[in-house]
Write a protein that binds this ligand. Structure first.
Ligand code: DHB
Length: 367
């Protein structure tokens, strides 16, 4: 039964450390959602409790989640910037029977770690398979995969190889780079020496500018090696600093700030207005849609924030996101969405990821 108690959302994201851009984007989007939709839904005030887990210590994420559950008595856990951090909190969501809205982390298997997890971001297999099929269709014959050496990178490596080789392509090497403080130079030299037609790359959000800079400094583009990647490498908030060296790079993802819809134009404009002109990236959209999911679930339960009731209300929910149409698969609790093939291009003097093809309503294919 609805009462006048506040509904509390514990938002755990990296606001400092090497992955701080993820937390800043999600926090800004959550604030924008509440500014646009109000802080009250179904007669209940929604209070977001923001916690910085620094992004690098799963034990910290776990401790913070525990404190939010036992001390702050949150109704929903949300955020989770990287896969190891989502893994760390998952058992606590199960134990406490609280919905855990994963707004960022994107390794396929995350939703299996707790029946209380619902994901509003994407999965690496979901973003990668359509690009592998596109690359084969484009006539690319030889590829080296180049990924950050942890969950989402391994997902991307395996899924790219599976779909590309099934379509007749050949993987001539698999390169894995360290997650922390990566120096790409020796890995890029190894790729240059092997001379593939293309490199398929994944690095986590915030890292792409470094990779693309070194790709060009090392002369790979000049050697005729083409770069293709998931959209994680071409963060919208980094496109200005990456600059024209990304011209022509083809990538695949579930969101581009250039997505051509009235809702997205309004979103990008409002986000930039509130954040000193910084563009929203895909992490922000996971946060914005995560808040939407929580608000709509509360409407469906008439403000009842019981964890199991909220979770049931979230399952099967569909809406028109700024990324396009999305659905929470009622069986897997993962997000079903369009995956776009995009090309980095200059529009009105600025670099954008311009969508030119898509695979509609694509489910996580797994690995
Ligand atoms: C993950 C983190 C990222 O920054 C990203 O772009 C994709 C996946 C992760 O750790 O799951």
């Amino acid at each position: 039964k609805a009462d006048d108690k506040v509904v509390k959302v514990g938002l755990i994201v990296p606001m400092s450390g090497p992955f701080a851009s993820t937390g800043r984007q999600i926090d800004a989007a959550v604030k924008l959602y509440q500014k646009t939709h109000g802080d009250t839904v179904a007669g209940r005030k929604v209070q977001v409790i923001l916690k910085d887990d620094t992004g690098v210590a799963p034990d910290a994420t776990k401790r913070i989640a525990q404190e939010l559950i036992t001390r702050d008595k949150v109704d929903v856990l949300a955020g989770f910037g990287l896969t190891p951090l989502a893994f760390a909190a998952a058992p606590l969501a199960t134990q406490a029977k609280k919905p855990m809205v994963v707004m960022a982390a994107a390794t396929s298997v995350i939703v299996d770690r707790s029946p209380y997890i619902v994901r509003t971001s994407f999965t690496l297999p979901q973003a990668t398979a359509p690009l592998a099929m596109w690359a084969a269709k484009e006539g690319i014959k030889t590829v080296i995969t180049f990924v950050a050496d942890y969950g989402p990178g391994i997902d991307a490596e395996k899924v790219f190889a599976k779909h590309f080789t099934e379509a007749g392509g050949e993987i001539i090497d698999n390169v894995r780079t360290p997650l922390m403080n990566p120096d790409y130079a020796p890995f890029l030299q190894r790729v240059k020496d092997a001379k593939p037609e293309a490199v398929f790359a994944f690095v986590p959000s915030g890292e792409g500018a470094n990779l693309i800079k070194q790709f060009n400094e090392r002369g790979l583009a000049q050697a005729g090696i083409r770069l293709i990647c998931t959209g994680d490498v071409l963060d919208d908030d980094l496109m200005a600093s990456i600059g024209e060296v990304s011209q022509g790079v083809v990538s695949s993802h579930h969101y581009s700030a250039a997505h051509d819809s009235a809702a997205n134009k309004a979103y990008v404009e409002a986000f930039m207005r509130d954040n000193n002109g910084q563009r929203p990236n895909f992490m922000s959209v996971g946060g914005y849609d995560g808040m939407h999911l929580i608000y709509e679930a509360l409407k469906k339960t008439n403000g009842d924030a019981d964890g199991t009731k909220l979770l049931d209300a979230m399952k099967g929910m569909s809406w028109e996101s700024v990324r396009g149409p999305v659905t929470i698969d009622p069986e897997t609790r993962d997000i079903v969405q369009d995956i776009y093939i995009r090309k980095s291009d200059k529009v009105d003097g600025q670099m954008w990821n311009v969508e030119f093809d898509k695979v509609s309503q694509y489910k996580d294919p797994g690995i």
